[in-house]
Design a protein around this ligand. Structure first.
Ligand code: SF4
Length: 437
């Protein structure tokens, strides 16, 4: 690169879910191994990679806004800093973006993310692979320094729920090998992670696609045994993935969180069928009973959609009633988002945007009343907490096994060092947050 005496610096900006964070980390490591220096500040960068989210329209809009904002950054020479647009947006919109999004110097869809170093070399007109550096040393600290890590165990999805764009964006389901997952866990543990959160679009199907099929239960058991002092947690488990083998594996290991995150989306069979999903309220209630009978002290999370096409007032009331009765610890609620290219977007019975938003808020209020009461019931109980750090005002905080990162609240503590697991008694709660005595 003419006139440049340092290794080119690249800033990765990540939007969307934890799965994207994992992908960005991998791209960062590959770029660093090829000689680029990842930096946290876009203003210091010679190139910027925006790892986009396009799961729903609102996420696409946020991705575009971020791209427009970052495209104004200039080098002191007055030259624009090249932007590489990676991830879900180029995967979803492909050729439509070429010529339209002129702010981008290159597009890297999910399936091509392993080419990131080559693409960066091209847009910066440099050949970094000639002078590799140590990937670990080159990674910036700060946002990457954490006591928990997400590890992806598969990519893609074969379920084709009628409202969802993921199978078109991420492709067919493919499990990552046990060795690849164990290597990722080992790397994360070596860099200080005390908790590993196993994620995928559909974790319960892990291993089904191997020549010699395996199961999530076996994966979790092996990891729990290999890393006995590390906490493990499984997210995004479809109802069909909750096998007795998995329940037994989760309840057998102290270092596996008694925590199930099962997206149900709805309870009315007609709507579930329209979603290309299965189940009914009674089946889901039986599933929750089966889990509670087999896993002591289990915490349960689900996600639900309000305002799916054809959802009547009665359907919605049935959903609210289910949430009131089912006793979930945490519930995520989303208004249905009509996504171009999906079957649900073409269905009759689309619900007015205001009604969808209103129903989502009503459902959230119902869920909050139930779930915060369950949090309050934990007052007086003793639990292990992974200390994560301090808030800006110096307040120490951590997470108990019943709390997944980013979604379920935290525990405030008086004592402990970040990275330690401490045993505390809960003295008080405020909505979703708990306070140790
Ligand atoms: S299981 Fe999840 S990722 Fe797969 S199609 Fe359904 S909603 Fe989308």
């Amino acid at each position: 690169m003419a006139g440049t005496f340092h290794s080119p610096r690249v800033c990765f900006v990540t939007l969307g879910c934890a799965k994207n964070e994992v992908d960005s980390d991998r791209m960062k490591r590959q770029a660093a191994a090829a000689g680029f220096v990842p930096v946290n500040d876009a203003l210091e960068a010679d190139a910027i990679v925006v790892n986009t989210c396009s799961f729903i329209e609102a996420a696409t809009e946020e991705s575009l806004e971020t791209i427009f904002e970052l495209s104004d950054i200039e080098r002191p020479s007055g030259k624009r800093v090249p932007l590489v647009v990676a991830g879900c947006m180029p995967a979803r919109y492909g050729d439509e973006l070429e010529g339209e999004l002129t702010e981008a110097a290159a597009f890297v869809p999910c399936s091509k993310e392993d080419d990131i170093a080559t693409v960066l070399s091209r847009v910066l007109d440099t050949d970094c692979s000639a002078r590799p550096t140590d990937a670990g040393e080159a990674l910036p600290s700060g946002e990457d320094a954490s006591y928990f890590a997400y590890v992806k165990i598969s990519d893609g999805c074969d379920r084709f729920c009628s409202f969802c764009t993921i199978p078109y964006i991420r492709g067919r389901y493919r499990s990552f090998s046990f060795d690849a997952i164990a290597a990722e866990v080992k790397r994360a543990v070596a860099s200080g992670a005390k908790e590993i959160v196993l994620i995928a679009q559909d974790t319960g199907r892990w291993g089904e696609d191997f020549e010699e099929p395996s199961t999530l239960a076996r994966l979790v058991s092996s990891l729990a045994e290999t890393f006995p002092t590390t906490w493990f947690r499984v997210m995004y488990l479809q109802p069909e993935g909750v096998t007795d083998e998995l329940l037994d594996a989760v309840s057998s290991y102290e270092n596996v969180a008694n925590y199930f995150d099962i997206p149900l989306q709805h309870v009315q069979p007609s709507l579930l069928r329209a979603m290309n999903r299965t189940g009914s309220r009674s089946e889901f209630e039986a599933l929750l009973d089966r889990i509670r009978n087999r896993v002591r002290g289990v915490s349960l999370r689900t996600t639900l959609i309000a305002g799916f096409p054809g959802e009547s007032e009665e359907d919605f009331e049935a959903l609210c009633d289910f949430v009131e009765e089912a006793g979930f610890d945490y519930v995520g609620v989303f208004p249905y988002s009509r996504e171009e290219g999906t079957r649900a977007a073409r269905m009759d019975g689309q619900i007015d945007e205001d009604v969808k938003r209103e129903r989502a808020q009503v459902l959230r209020d119902v869920a909050d009343a139930v779930c915060t009461a369950r949090v309050a019931e934990r007052t007086g109980s003793t639990m292990d907490v992974l200390v994560l750090g301090r808030e800006e005002d110096g307040q120490l905080f951590g997470r108990a096994m019943c709390q997944a990162p980013d979604v379920d609240g935290v525990v405030y503590l008086e004592k402990g060092e970040p990275g330690q697991i401490v045993t505390v008694t809960i003295g008080d709660t405020l909505l979703y947050e708990m306070e140790a005595e």
